[in-house]
Design a protein around this ligand. Structure first.
Ligand code: SF4
Length: 236
């Protein structure tokens, strides 16, 4: 067994999808491709996970491993606590609890990762920041646990955002921005698009989270604005 584990941190957006395509094309080895599902992923995001999984397996490579918070989904968490995803309050706990921790827990359980650490090495995590996200990559590198060596292949290869999109198109994939359907980082245009694309199911559930939340310091899922007011009453 190779005692140095390499993980592709797959978010199903343009960055990590193009990075995975390029890792394969450049014959850079990896042992697992891991996607953390918050339980509130956009259908388009889950579709990309399925497409990449099939593509990898067809090449005899490891498919996508999906990990989750074992206790609850982000939606259940918000409803139980009468709260919004923490990003609405300026925090990152939703990413931490529903993305980073499930991924970390899964990696820690892998014999190959344990062998890597026993050998005094760090598990390599490939993260799909492109060259226009260099500042984000620097912040991420500062915060990463010591047991990981976080690497940014797209930055090393000098890949810009438009090039990352082109790389996805080489496979005929029109990859969208990945996100939760209740993400407070969404812009009004995106929320409007969501209401058109997924009116019954997702928007109704997002508005239920918003209505159920105790809002004191912020107005709603948009932080300084409320999704319900914006969509149902046309208020800005
Ligand atoms: S996409 Fe938004 S809501 Fe989902 S985990 Fe990330 S910051 Fe939180």
């Amino acid at each position: 067994m190779n005692n140095e584990m390499r993980i592709v941190c797959f978010g199903a957006g343009v960055g990590s999808t193009s990075m995975t395509i390029e890792l394969v094309r450049r014959k850079v080895p990896f042992d697992a491709v891991v996607f953390a599902d918050t339980g509130c992923e956009l259908p388009e995001t889950l579709e990309t996970v399925g497409v990449l999984d099939k593509w990898l397996k067809a090449k005899g490579l490891p498919g996508v491993t999906i990990v989750r918070n074992p206790k609850e989904t982000l939606e259940e968490h918000c409803l139980r606590l009468h709260a919004l995803p923490s990003f609405a309050y300026g925090g990152r706990r939703c990413t931490d609890h529903f993305k980073l921790r499930p991924m970390h827990k899964w990696i820690k359980s892998q014999p190959q990762a344990q062998a890597t650490w026993r050998a005094g090495k760090r598990v390599i995590r490939y993260v799909g920041f492109d060259i226009e996200e260099s500042e984000r990559a620097k912040r991420s590198a500062r915060a990463v646990l010591k047991m990981y060596d976080e690497q940014y292949p797209l930055i090393r290869w000098g890949v810009m955002r438009w090039e990352a999109q082109e790389i996805c198109k080489t496979q005929g994939w029109d990859v969208n921005k990945s996100s939760c359907w209740c993400c407070p980082a969404m812009k009004k245009r995106e929320v409007f698009e969501l209401s058109q694309k997924h009116p019954g199911l997702l928007l109704a559930r997002a508005l239920t989270i918003e209505r159920n939340a105790n809002l004191r310091t912020i107005k709603g899922l948009g932080r300084s604005w409320n999704w319900s007011d914006f969509l149902l009453k046309g208020k800005n």
